[in-house]
Design a protein around this ligand. Sequence first.
Ligand SMILES: Cc1ncc(C[n+]2csc(CCOP(=O)(O)OP(=O)(O)O)c2C)c(N)n1
Ligand SMILES: [Mg+2]
Length: 217
Amino acid sequence: MEATTTHMPLGGALDVLNRRRKDQVVVSTMTTIAPWRERDVTERDLRCVGFMGGASTFGLGVALARPDVPVWVLDGDGSLAMQLGSLLTIADAAPRRFLHVVFHNGVYDTSGSQPVLSEGRMSFTGLAEGAGYAKAVRFEDVESFDAAFDELLEVDGPVLVELMTEPVRRDYQKPPVPTEQTAARSRRTGRPCVTRWRRPPRASRRRAPPAGSPCAA
Ligand SMILES: Cc1ncc(C[n+]2csc(CCOP(=O)(O)OP(=O)(O)O)c2C)c(N)n1
Ligand SMILES: [Mg+2]
């Protein structure tokens, strides 16, 4: 029988981390940035924005500069997939107090929920073990992650934790599939096959005009 994977909510996973948070430097990226910021923000919270795949080596730089400070990296699966070599770099440097948390939601959630390559077949735990991490563990529910977490913090790193999480932006509007009409036009003209789509209005654009503005009702 085929084993099915269950997925935990992102918020529940972040709560487990936040409850143990002390003096660690935490590098967040992608869909973890906003919800982590809503929790306890300190001057030790660093954000890796846009630089896809850079969070883990950014964290490694901090760990090498300050071996006395524990570093947690909250990484995206698509991001890590883009920079798999960073696993070797981190394993080779072997920072002792380094926790690499990969949020394995199966998609490039931030950019529109496209599936990550080889989803359902690959394992970041396997990749990290193969690269030479001291320990790598996968969790599918908040409770088992919570129960194992304190012990993991005692392990000499680098440690990778792969959290099977639910994507958060299921409502993202994807561009429509080209219609037969646009495909035929493309074949006729040799121009790219593009179907126009309208971006949903930004919340800021929907805001009511300020009182006194000629546009105010
Ligand atoms: C080098 C590079 N390529 C593409 C992008 C565009 N981009 C921004 S976020 C993102 C998806 C990130 O996916 P993942 O790391 O899985 O994080 P999630 O959004 O699922 O939390 C992409 C493709 C980028 N920022 N940098
Ligand atoms: Mg992802």
